[in-house]
Each structure stands twice: as C-alpha cells, then as structure tokens.
Design a protein around this ligand. Structure first.
Ligand code: ATP
Ligand code: MG
Length: 632
C-alpha cells in the first residue's frame, strides 16, 4: 500500500479523513512499516502536561525500516551518494546492502565500546559517510544520538554534552570546508576538559592527521572496525523510546534539547517526505542541509532512507571551488529533487547568473526551500533559473520541534504561491489565534500560529526539563501547541509565515512581520540582503530599523542609497512601513544554520548592547562588533 497522494482531490480527501479520524488515518499509514510488535492504541494525549504517545506499546527499530526491509527488493539500489568537498576527489556510492553492512559494523563498534540502549551519544562530525553510519548505528543499538553541527565552538559543544550527559563522543580528526581544513578533534578535546560524563571518543580518520589521542579514552574507528562482525541484531525499541535529542539552532535564546521518539518520528518523516516531494522510486534526491540540523536528520537521512530513496550527501559548501558547485553536483548525479535553504539561494543569486547558466539542470523535477521565509525575489530566481519554470517549488514550513514538514504545498499537486508555505499536510491542524488565544476562523487574516491536535512527529519533551517544554510550547494558549511564529491565511486558506512573533513590529498600530519589510527592501537593486527590527519610538510606539547589505555597485553616497531603499519600501508596502533608520553593514549576525539572530540586532537598535545573551551559536561574532560600531 502506498500512502502517496497524487491529485488535489486526493489531498482534500486525505486531509478530511485525517481531521475526522486522525487515529484511523495514521493507523493505516503506520501499517506500511515493519514492527516487531503492533501497537495497542494509536494515540494517547493531552496538551496540558503535555503528554503525547503515538502507537502505544508498538515495538520496532527504525533502522530495520531504513535498511533491513529494503534488502530484498532494493538491496542493490543506491542508498547514499557521497559527494566530497573537493570535486577532484572521487565520490562514493553505497547500495542499501552496503549501507546496511556499514551501519551494522559501526553499531558493533559502539556496543564493543560499552554503548547500551538509552545511553546518549554525542556526534560531532563533518558531512562524511561515517556521520550517516554513526547516526543510524546509534539508532540500531538504541542509543540516543545528539548530533552537534561540526562548526560549533568547544563551549557550545560542552554545554550540549553536559545537558545530555553523553557518555561517548563520535568525531573526526579534522574536516574540509571549501579551501579550508579545520581541526575537529582539537575542539572536542577542549570541550571535554569540562565533561566528566564522557568515557570514550571514537575518531574517524578523515584527513590522515596525527591527532592527539588520550589513552584509554580515544580510539580510532578504523581500528575498532577490525574487531567486529558484519551482523548486528537491532535493539528492540518501544515507539516512545527516545530516538534522538537535537538542540535548536538558537536564534532566539538558550538552546533547548528537543526530544523525538522512535515510532511517531518514523511514520511522520516517511509520510511527509514521499508526499511533499512527490517522490518516485527512481528519483535521486539531494538535501543540502547538514545532518547537524533537523532538516538533515529528517530529510537527508531518515525520511529518504525509510522511503527507500537514493539520497545525496555533500561534504562541501555551495561556493567552493566556485558558486556553480550546487549546479555542477546536480548535473553530475542527475539529481531530480533538490532541497535547500533561502540563505544559500540568496548567496548564489548574488554570485551572478553565469554560474547557473553553464549547467543543464535537466534532471530536476522538484525544488524545495526550508529554514526561513523565502523572499519573493529569491523564489522567482530559484523557480526561473534553477527550475527553468518547469519545477514546482515547495516552501516547507516546519521546526525542530515538529520533526517534519507541517505546512507546504505537495509538489505539483496542491497550489503553490511565492512567499506562502501553502496548506497544511494531512494530519496537521493549524489554527490562528489572537492575543487571547481565541481562534480566528476567517481567511485573509493573521494571527499566532498554533496546532490544535498532535501529529506523530510532535516534540515529546525538552531533555531533562519537561517543564521547560510545557512552558515554551504548551502554556501560552490553553490546549494548543504554540509555534512561536505568526502567520497570515489568504482567501484560499494558504498560509504565509510572517516570522517569529517576537519579530513582529507594531508601527502606529500597524503590525508588520520583519519578513514582509525585508522582502520589500530586497527588491531594491542595490541590496543583497537585509534584516529589520523594531525599536522603541516616542511617537509611533515602534520604529523600523533596517540593516542592509549592499551589492558591489551600490551608490557611493549612503544618503542616496537610503532614499532609494525607502522609495522601494513605499512602493511595495506603503509609507507606513518606511524604515526610520537604515544602517549599511557588510554582514549580518547569523547562526550556523544561516538564520539571522534578530535579538542581537534588536539590542543594537535599542542602543543597549551591554548584555547580548548567548552568542555561542553565531557563525561570525566579529560582524557584531562592526554593527555595534556603526549603530545609528
Ligand atoms: P530557536 O528555536 O533555537 O530560536 P530556530 O527556530 O531557528 O531556533 P529551527 O527549528 O531550525 O530553529 O527553525 C524553525 C523556524 O524557522 C520556524 O519556527 C520558522 O520561524 C522558521 N522557518 C522554517 N521554515 C520556514 C519557512 N518555510 N518559511 C518561513 N519560516 C520558516
Ligand atoms: Mg524555533
């Protein structure tokens, strides 16, 4: 049985069913997986505690669903294509049979090194095949993985390791990122000075460096692999056993350890993957996200492998050796479905069209975007120059906490509209509420985006602190999951994400999402990127402060540029949204996943930079100093 939707009518029918009888709906979908033991009850929930359990008492191992069950029919099909940082290095491909073996061997190494079901394992590794193996190996032995993007500082890593009380760290000697090589093991050593829970460190030899190995604690993966067998019995897990912890990227505050569990996560990522991307058996699929983010977990690894797809994993960066790299990789591996982030699209857009036009991109069928609102200009560029106006663009709205896509069009099946994520997926029941938590039922309105019913991939807790989970997501509005985002619903019920509620600016009683104003500013030909925040304004309540990055050919006179930007905003939105202050900057403070840390900009705009809060997830802390210096 296939749970893929093929038509708009099919979507409507599935959606209706999922609302009328959510349990029956997900029960049927869950039957398509391999379970050791079926569930007694589909769902048990209340949003008050909160307590959510899906497929209660079901037993399974997610890796048996990602790997073992494909061996009979897809054993020789490619599971993973690994594209190295340097295009001159040979790429590597693994069939499902080979990937299965790699994961089993790695799992045996974990067991040999004392890892047991329930133990937390921290993975700090570059985008090399061993990262994929290691995540799945943890799942195979029932260990809870906590992947930390291998770009975080020693301090950020130490915080996360301590929070999770991880006993083992999986890492590499170093990593390649574009033209640079970065010492990874050294960062781990520094982090571990302060992490007594860690007993073992398993090191992958990526660069052949002679790194310092602490006797008794540090071992090399290749040496450990010599000691193990090829078979590895998977641990039997309960549906609600923890599968992983993932710390959110931190654009709004102290990172939270979001917990997801085995059964619901499996069902949800597979279902959303197949439907949003309209995946076909022969498709080559590429998600450019790092496995260190939820997108990499759900849509590079688990979702595609559950569906038996061929998934591409890329070690490098979009601009190395030149800004044509993404397009080159698409042609090289005949990628059919491509999923990336607006920040990457904007940077490649700024690099000029020539880089795209030298590739055919004929294989592409579907394009995806995730992570932040995609501004209209970037959407059109992506649609026209990458997708050649032939490929639907899915703008997928979701969060670390939701584990999978929630609002998005289904490629080519449901309506797509630039700067709108679209309609909710079957099983997803969004509502907009006003300040008092009252539901807004009309269309063409905006409000706070909440969910009124659980879906299988919903956050279960924040690790070690259930109350924090309740307070963050379930206490703002009674009996609702609050996303923290604001949204607008158009006349056809399509959702447009305005941005984080904290980012809404209220100018003389008019409410603007930061994304909306940025969208307008970015239409100015001199502006490459912008970020706006509100600041206290004596008359208007809040004023608009814009930080803008200029293209090279920007006018020499900043006053002219400011006047032009204001004109652009007036033209696209109106006088009321005119920025009060425009600061020209060379960069914006971004998290390592490419999102703007607006709370820092807000502090700058307010003129209070004494306490910037946790900035450990910033990509380049130096830009903050520059911005503070140039504050208006
Ligand atoms: P933190 O919660 O730690 O501050 P974060 O919210 O950036 O970090 P993620 O879970 O990776 O961490 O991101 C989810 C958020 O990203 C959403 O709540 C939303 O604000 C934004 N987002 C993701 N996808 C989209 C999209 N397609 N359109 C608009 N916004 C999006
Ligand atoms: Mg968030």
């Amino acid at each position: 049985m296939s749970s893929r939707i093929h038509s708009f009518a099919g979507y409507q029918a599935a959606y209706q069913k999922s609302v009328k009888d959510p349990e029956g709906f997900w029960d049927e979908i869950a039957q398509t997986f391999t379970w050791r033991q079926p569930w007694d009850k589909v769902l048990d929930w209340n949003f008050e505690e909160p307590r959510v359990k899906w497929f209660v008492n079901g037993k399974l191992n997610i890796t048996e669903n990602c790997l073992d069950r494909h061996l009979k029919t897809r054993g020789n099909k490619l599971a993973l294509i690994w594209e190295p940082n340097d295009p001159k290095e040979r790429f590597v491909r693994y069939t499902y049979r080979e990937l299965h073996e790699k994961v089993c061997q790695f799992a045996n190494v974990l067991r040999n090194n004392g890892v047991k079901k329930g133990d937390r394992v921290c993975i700090y590794m570059p985008m090399i095949p061993e990262l994929a193996f290691s995540v799945l190996a943890c799942a195979r032995v029932g260990a809870v993985h906590s992947v930390i993007f291998a770009g975080f500082s020693a301090n950020s890593m130490a915080d996360r390791i301590k929070d999770a009380e991880a006993s083992v760290v999986l890492t590499s000697d170093g990593l390649n990122r574009g033209a640079k090589q970065i010492p990874v093991k050294r960062v781990v050593d520094e982090a571990l000075e302060d992490c007594p829970s860690v007993k073992k460190v398993i090191v992958v030899d990526r660069l052949g460096w002679a790194v310092k190995m602490l006797p008794g604690r540090d071992v090399y993966l290749h040496e450990e692999l010599q000691k193990v067998e090829k078979n590895c019995e998977a641990e039997e897990m309960d549906s609600e056993d923890m599968l992983f912890i993932l710390y959110t990227s931190g654009s709004t505050g102290k990172p939270k350890g979001v917990v997801h569990t085995c059964g619901g996560y499996m069902v949800y990522t597979d279902y959303t993957f197949r439907n949003v991307f309209q995946y076909d058996e022969s498709d080559i699929y590429w998600c450019t996200a790092d496995i260190g983010w939820i997108t990499g977990h759900s849509y590079l690894l688990y979702g595609p492998l559950l569906a038996g797809a061929t998934t591409v994993m890329f070690e490098g960066v979009p601009t190395f050796p030149d800004p044509g790299r993404f397009w080159q990789v698409i042609d090289k591996h005949s990628v059919n479905i491509f999923y990336t982030a607006p920040t990457a699209i904007r940077s490649l857009m700024a690099a000029g069209l020539d880089h795209v036009l030298s590739y055919s991109l004929d294989s592409l069928k579907v394009l995806g975007s995730v992570g932040e609102p995609i501004n209209e200009e970037a959407w059109h560029w992506y649609h026209i120059h990458v997708g050649k106006e032939r490929c639907p663009v899915v703008d997928t709205w979701w969060q670390t906490e939701t584990s999978g896509i929630m609002i998005s069009s289904l490629a080519g099946v449901t309506p797509m509209k630039p700067s709108h994520a679209g309609q909710p997926l079957p099983g997803v029941q969004p509502i907009l509420v006003d300040q008092n938590g009252e539901e807004i039922t009309e269309n063409e309105t905006e409000g706070y985006l909440c969910m009124k019913f659980p879906w299988p991939g919903i956050i279960r807790t924040t690790y070690g602190d259930h109350e924090r989970c309740r307070l963050s997501y379930f206490s703002t509005y009674k009996n609702l999951y609050f996303t923290g985002d604001g949204a607008r619903r158009d006349e056809n019920g399509l959702y447009r994400i305005i941005g984080r509620v904290d980012d809404v600016i209220n100018v003389s009683g008019h409410r603007f999402g930061t994304a909306e104003i940025e969208n307008a500013i970015n239409q100015n030909r001199h502006i490459v990127e912008s970020a706006v925040v509100g600041y206290p304004h004596a008359i208007k309540g809040q004023g608009i402060y814009a930080f803008v990055i200029c293209a090279d050919q920007a006018p020499a006179n900043p006053e002219n540029l400011r006047a032009e930007v204001i004109e652009t905003v007036v033209e696209h939105i109106g006088k009321i949204a005119k920025p009060d202050k425009i600061q020209i900057v060379s960069g914006l403070p971004k998290t390592r996943s490419g999102k703007i840390m607006r709370r820092i900009l807000r502090k700058v705009a307010e003129g209070d930079t004494t306490n910037l809060g946790d900035t450990s997830t910033l990509l380049d802390p130096l830009v903050v100093d520059e911005i503070i210096q140039g504050a208006l």
